[in-house]
Each structure stands twice: as structure tokens, then as C-alpha cells.
Design a binder for this molecule. Structure first.
Ligand code: PMP
Ligand code: GLU
Length: 397
């Protein structure tokens, strides 16, 4: 019998991290692997942010910080929410965490009791359902498909809510589909939540700045539900700061105090130097963010054209984030040299081993009909990756 708790035994390994690891292992054996598995910007952190971190060390910002983050940083978040999103928060309502990942874990663990239901539209980011498992909650999925641009309707939401629903979790722009909810679409959902005051909403807005259609819209803008919304956001994607580990929640003071208490027992405040860099990022303007967004848009267009040309692939044009989530069911049941592709995980492994392109199977995103490709890579690399995909998929018969 394993000494490990059932909690950890029941938890799945993060599929994004697993595929990135497999890709790296193959590369270490000398294989030229193109990694489209891991969702992280390939840009360097902008210079002025790195400079602020160097100065933080020189100025001895090297001690424990308040658990929820330096007040100056939380005030910078409040200013950002006001200036960019027209949302009013007090700095006591902001909790800075070790990445948006910890912010999500705080929210779920502080809100969900064992057996309570958490509604998650599929496909969803891999960690959502796993954190719900840690909280011993029950995930209730609303399935969407490429045909509806992977968005849910108010009617689907209404039908999924029960007296036992505690939380609704979603991302817009969405990882893994790139779908972006418009203001009208969010309002449609908000009106449903208005009728069900026992339901909280976790709104993951980490891809806010990688939006090719419109200005970002947050579901927290609807005053009649704002006190039940937990905004998740961070620096990883907007400022290419994945390794720095910094994210935040904006919520009510009551919830913020709970997140602070939780974090105080698990990690304390995130790295002091990172926090100083976070202030510089928010005070330094959006120039670098806009440059990165323009590069992502160009890449999206290149990949969309090439992917659409591959026979058997069904794909939508994502409005944001940096992922494609093409439907690959037409390849199921096909084989190459005796290797049969039964599902999207098989296909993802086949593409890694035969095509030397790392992707992630859709199963862990709650949608086994598709695979996820990250296009956070240089244009030449993406063109070569699409050539390899086409070749490897073309071999399946
Ligand atoms: N939410 C989504 C939708 C993500 O894709 C990610 C991936 N990084 C996170 C949260 C976590 O981000 P962070 O690096 O800030 O922990
Ligand atoms: N969010 C990224 C992804 O979806 C990074 C991996 C992770 O944090 O799980 O690939």
C-alpha cells in the first residue's frame, strides 16, 4: 500500500508540464524537437523590469514581505485595474501570490467545501479540475465545441447550476482555445449569476493583453455580481515573466483575508525581488506588451493558414492567447507502421516521436477530440513545425 495520501494519488500530473518534459528529454538525446507544448512567451523579460530587480537586491529588498505583497505593489495593481479596466478596488482587496497558479489554488481552496460543485466549461486549462480535486469538490463540465467557438451560452450555464454549485471557473481569453468573450456575452452570463447569489465566479484574465479583437472585458464590470467575482491575473504572459512567479487576485476584502491566511500557512509572500520587478512592470507602460501582442498576432495568422491547409484538421481562428486547439478526430483509428492512433494523447505522442513536434493531447483540457499547440515561438520555427505536422499526419492511413 502506498504511503502517499489519496489526495496526491488522485491528482494527475500537469499535462502541459509533462509534455514539455518529454520534449526536453527527447531533445537531450540529440533529436531536433520543436516544442509547441508549453504555454510561455518566448520573449525575454523587458530590460526596465530586470533593472528594477537588480536595484531591489542592491537596496536590500531581500526580507520577508507582507503575505499579500508590498502595499506599493498592491496599489500598482489597483491603479492598473482602474486605468485599464475601469474597475474599482482597494489595495486591501488585492492578494499577490506565487504566480496566478497559486492565486487560483487560494481561491478554490478557500471557497469550495468537499462535495460542492464547480462548473467548468470545456475545454479548460489543465489545472482547474485538478485544484478542484484537491479541494474535494466536484467538477461539473459544460461542453463546448469548435463549432460554437468554444463559448457557452447563458442557457447552458443556467442548466448547469444547482443548489450545490459553489463556483464557476473560466478564462477569457481562453487557454487552450484562444476564445474571447465579448462584453455582451459576459453580460448574458452575469445575468444568470445575478439569479443565483450562492455562486462565485473565478475569472482568469491572465491572457488579458493577448487579445486581437477588442479591448479586454472583465465579468467583474457588472456591479450586481462584482462581490462574487475573483479576478485572477498576473505578469507571466503580459510581461514575459513566467519564471518570476507572480500573480494576484482581486476580490472582496473578506475573500482577500482568506487568501492571505491560506498563503500565510503555505508560502508567505512571493519573492521580494520579483515584487519590485512587478511594480516596475506596471509603472513602465504597455509598450513592450503591445510589441509582443503584434508578434503573436502575426504568428497566429501564419499558423492558422498553414494549419487550415492540413487535411483532416478542423480549426477556428482564435481571438486571443497564443494557442490553437484543432479538432483531430479524423485521425482516430488511423495508423502508421502498425502504430494505431486511438485518441488525442496517442496523436500527441505520435507527433512528438514521428514528427518531432511537442503538443499536448486534449484529454487533460477536458476535450479528447483535439490537441493544443502553443504558437509562442519564432515564425521560422512555426513554419517548420507546421511542415512537420503535415508530413507526420499525412503518413497516417
Ligand atoms: N491561468 C491560465 C489560463 C494559464 O494558462 C496559466 C499558465 N501559466 C496560469 C493561469 C498560471 O500562470 P502563472 O505563471 O502566473 O502561474
Ligand atoms: N500555462 C502554461 C500552459 O498552459 C504553462 C504551463 C503550466 O503552468 O501548467 O502551458
Amino acid at each position: 500500500m502506498s504511503a502517499l495520501s489519496t489526495r496526491i494519488q488522485n491528482l494527475s500530473e500537469s499535462a502541459t508540464i509533462k509534455m514539455a518534459k518529454l520534449g526536453r528529454e527527447l531533445a537531450a538525446k540529440g533529436v531536433d524537437v520543436i516544442s509547441l507544448s508549453f504555454g510561455e512567451p518566448d520573449f525575454h523579460t523587458p530590460e526596465h523590469i530586470k533593472e528594477a530587480a537588480k536595484q531591489a537586491m542592491d537596496k536590500n529588498f531581500t526580507y520577508y514581505t507582507p503575505v499579500a505583497g508590498y502595499p506599493e505593489l498592491r496599489k500598482a495593481v489597483v491603479a492598473k485595474l482602474k486605468n485599464e479596466n475601469n474597475l474599482d478596488y482597494d489595495f486591501s482587496e488585492i492578494v499577490v501570490s506565487t504566480g496566478a497558479k497559486q492565486a487560483i489554488a487560494n481561491a478554490v481552496l478557500c471557497l469550495v467545501n468537499p462535495g460542492e460543485e464547480v462548473i467548468i466549461p470545456t475545454p479548460y486549462w489543465v489545472s482547474y479540475s485538478e485544484v478542484v480535486k484537491l479541494a474535494e469538490g466536484t467538477s461539473v463540465f459544460i461542453n463546448t465545441t469548435v463549432d460554437t467557438n468554444f463559448k457557452i451560452t447563458p442557457e447552458q450555464l443556467e442548466a448547469a447550476i444547482t443548489p450545490n454549485t459553489k463556483l464557476f471557473m473560466f478564462s477569457s481569453p481562453c487557454n487552450p482555445t484562444g476564445s474571447v468573450y465579448s462584453k455582451d456575452e459576459l453580460e448574458g452570463l452575469a445575468k444568470v449569476f445575478e439569479k443565483h447569489p450562492h455562486v462565485y465566479i473565478l475569472s482568469d484574465e491572465i491572457y488579458e493583453h493577448i487579445n486581437f479583437v477588442d479591448k479586454h472585458e472583465s465579468i467583474a464590470q457588472f456591479d450586481y455580481i462584482k462581490d462574487r467575482v475573483v479576478i485572477i491575473n498576473g505578469w507571466s504572459k503580459a510581461f514575459a515573466m513566467t519564471g518570476w512567479r507572480i500573480g494576484y487576485t482581486a476580490s472582496t476584502k473578506e475573500l482577500a483575508s482568506a487568501f492571505d491566511k491560506m498563503q500565510g500557512q503555505v508560502t508567505s509572500g512571493t519573492c521580494s525581488i520579483t515584487q519590485r520587478a512587478g511594480v516596475a512592470a506596471y509603472e513602465g507602460g504597455l509598450e513592450s506588451v503591445l510589441e509582443m501582442r503584434a508578434a503573436f498576432k502575426k504568428r497566429r495568422d501564419i499558423v492558422y493558414k498553414l494549419l487550415s491547409e492540413i487535411e483532416g484538421i478542423k480549426v477556428n481562428l482564435p481571438d486571443g492567447a497564443f494557442y490553437f486547439f484543432p479538432n483531430v478526430t479524423s485521425f482516430f483509428g488511423k495508423s502508421y507502421e502498425g502504430r494505431v492512433i486511438n485518441d488525442s494523447d496517442d496523436l500527441s505522442l505520435y507527433l512528438l516521436e514521428e514528427g518531432h513536434v511537442a503538443t499536448v493531447g486534449g484529454d487533460s483540457f477536458g476535450d479528447p477530440s483535439s490537441i493544443r499547440l502553443s504558437y509562442a515561438a519564432a515564425e521560422d520555427t512555426l513554419i517548420e513545425a507546421m511542415r512537420r505536422l503535415k508530413e507526420a499526419l499525412g503518413k497516417l492511413a
